[in-house]
Design a protein around this ligand. Structure first.
Ligand code: HGY
Ligand code: MN
Ligand code: MN
Ligand code: MN
Length: 408
């Protein structure tokens, strides 16, 4: 069996974790930033050294092809993303890209020529922190959003994605989707507590929950904090606080599967002695069941109307993203289970709580994901960690599944 070079794979993960540290020392490679460019340059270099034909599409997706037999047929694609959240961990996204590279290098080193070529993708803006929606690059690649619209996306910092990609040298010439995969397999750290809690080494991800992102703007009236009686206030800050508390109770009342998060909340004018005139917040709702997610969104809309009346404020909503739940390819899920068992690894089927590029690639071809345990279930946090043995085991399962799909 072609051996994964574990030392090189883990060494690259560690090296990449040092690329894109901000002025506070936090790992932050936001999409199309200078830090993202630095990470992309390094990984593209590793891909070229491994003999991949590396190309960039118009939305900046980095796609490497390894077709040593020159078949020109649809490749088995692996991939994930290199961009990160703010103050990120070292494994989210990078694990899937670098494990895919390690798989190709293992086959190449062993002199194996796959009848079906292999490809490796690092998709643009998976995290969606700087530009919404998340999984933007793979969404465009899968034909879910016209590339012109994606390039025109304005970020939270007022920049335009297309201009930023051009500035960092990753506004490529290829049409998104230029390489249509035969199948897609993504290795990713679980980013949740399930595998560790159950003492399971590998997750065979069979589905992924629905995601709804909205930006809510609440307009009240600025006024003096000392002279304005409580009964005469139109306090956008109070309305926002009531909304945050309501979201938590509504999510809890769901069935244990719904989740709700207000990750961004800004008050204006943001002064100690001024009643907030405006509150701008983001609402991230998720549920594996499409109907429950729609119900939550409907209840939120109703609550916002009531809040506007009760607090004498105006509320406007801007939709940032909405992705229905996705079911992955049953055949590849079975192959993941079989590969894990053949290696003596415990494995269980599971749902992904996080969004991933695989959910977009599932629009193009049969797709599925392999999870490895996250220590303490922590992610989107510098404490994010996966044991080295689990990372290598995940790469070996990825190799075995991909070898099966490519017929090598
Ligand atoms: O939001 C997500 O689940 C993904 O990390 N972008
Ligand atoms: Mn990720
Ligand atoms: Mn993430
Ligand atoms: Mn993700």
């Amino acid at each position: 069996m072609p051996a994964i070079d574990a030392a090189r794979f883990l060494g690259r993960l560690a090296a990449l974790a040092e690329i894109g540290r901000d002025d506070k020392g936090r790992l932050t490679r936001l999409a199309a930033s200078e830090a993202d460019r630095a990470g992309r340059d390094v990984v593209a270099g590793w891909m070229r050294e491994a003999g991949l034909d590396v190309r960039v599409d118009r939305i900046g997706n980095l796609i490497g092809l390894w077709d040593p037999a020159g078949t020109g047929s649809r490749p088995v694609m692996m991939g994930s993303h290199l961009d990160t959240v703010i103050d990120a961990g070292a494994y989210d996204g990078c694990t899937g890209v670098l494990a895919g590279l390690a798989v190709i290098e293992a086959l190449r080193h062993a002199g194996r020529i796959p009848p079906r070529p292999l490809a490796l993708a690092a998709f643009t803006n998976e995290e969606g922190v700087r530009y919404a929606p998340d999984m933007l690059g793979s969404l465009v690649y899968a034909g879910g959003l016209p590339v012109e619209a994606a390039l025109a996306t304005v970020g939270i910092d007022g920049t335009v994605l297309g201009e930023e990609l051009a500035r960092i040298g990753y506004a490529g010439p290829e049409a998104p989707g230029f390489l249509h995969p035969h199948s897609y397999v993504e290795l990713h750290v679980e980013q949740g507590p399930v595998l560790e809690r159950d003492g399971i080494a590998v997750g065979a991800v069979e589905d992924l929950q629905g995601i709804s992102w909205q930006e809510v703007t609440i307009e009240g009236a600025a006024n003096h904090a000392g002279t304005t009686p409580m009964s005469l206030r139109r306090d956008a800050g109070v309305a926002a606080a009531l909304l945050v508390a309501w979201l938590r109770e509504r999510a809890r009342a769901g069935n244990g599967r719904s989740v709700a998060t207000v990750g961004r909340l800004r008050l204006e004018p943001d002064a100690i002695n001024v009643i907030p005139a405006r509150a701008v917040l983001t609402v991230d709702l998720r549920d594996p069941d499409a109907g429950r997610l729609a119900d939550f969104e409907a209840d939120l809309a109703e609550r916002l109307d009531a809040l506007a009346r009760e607090e004498d404020v105006t509320v406007t909503v801007r939709r940032l993203a909405r992705f229905a739940p996705v079911t992955f390819d049953a055949g590849i899920v079975r192959a993941i289970e079989a590969a894990a068992r053949a290696r003596g690894l415990s494995v269980r089927r599971m749902t992904s709580g996080a969004g991933h590029d695989a959910q977009m690639m599932a629009r193009l071809c049969p797709a599925a994901m392999i999870f490895v345990p996250s220590v303490g279930g922590i992610s989107h946090n510098p404490a994010e960690r996966t044991e080295e043995a689990d990372l290598v085991a995940g790469a070996e399962v990825l190799r075995d599944v991909v070898m099966g799909l490519s017929g090598v």
